[in-house]
Design a protein around this ligand. Structure first.
Ligand code: GLN
Length: 194
């Protein structure tokens, strides 16, 4: 069975670990380079992207994660995780860096203080016909995407909230908190077969 990691520096690590376990994966929490080297794919959770960025540097994880992305390791980022996988961000805190990998520009906290959080149903054709109930919490938005990026979910107004590019998957919302397992299954299906 697939062996996957959840980056466990900050954020909703347990929720992701539970969904992945329920789907039958072997799950490890990843805080150190040796732990990253042992897994076939990595989930970057929701949380606070600037904190995960800082901690990744403090834990010596920034370069190993970037090397893994360059080597084609499948990764799935939700919310803060989407920000960390973006090549470019708008409205990061001073000095905030990302791992990169997705040829997108993501605006952090894109829904502003008026509407910090909201829920809506989304059509996600790659997951089938039943809609995804999506929870957005101080969520980012994909403002711009390169030609190799596939938008896989949009709000009613057309703004992009989930993307895929090669082995990288990212959602601005949090399937791990609503019992929605299909994104994690898509991620697991992208892992190299043993
Ligand atoms: N606003 C957070 C950030 O900038 C993301 C919020 C989330 O992951 N729910 O990282």
């Amino acid at each position: 069975r697939p062996h996957v990691g959840v980056l466990a520096l900050q954020g909703d690590v347990r929720e992701h670990a539970r969904v992945l376990s329920e789907l039958g994966a072997e799950v490890s929490l990843v805080r150190r380079p040796v732990e990253l080297a042992a897994v076939d794919g990595l989930v970057i959770p929701g949380g606070e992207s600037s904190v995960i960025d800082k901690l990744s540097r403090a834990f010596g994880m920034r370069e190993p994660i970037q090397d893994a992305i360059a080597a084609g390791m499948p990764m799935y980022g939700t919310c803060a995780g989407m920000i960390l996988l973006a090549d470019r961000i708008i409205d990061g805190i001073e000095g905030q860096q990302t791992f990169g990998g997705l040829d997108v520009t993501v605006r952090r906290n894109a829904f502003g203080s008026q509407v910090d959080s909201f829920e809506t149903d989304l059509d996600v054709p790659v997951l089938g016909t039943s809609p995804v109930h999506a929870v957005f919490i101080r969520a980012p938005l994909v403002e711009d995407a390169g030609a190799d990026v596939e938008p896989i979910a949009r709000l009613d107004d057309g703004r992009v909230v989930a993307v895929r590019q090669g082995p990288l998957l990212a959602t601005a919302f949090h399937p791990e908190v609503t019992g929605e397992h299909r994104f994690h299954r898509l991620f697991l299906e992208s892992l190299p077969r043993a």
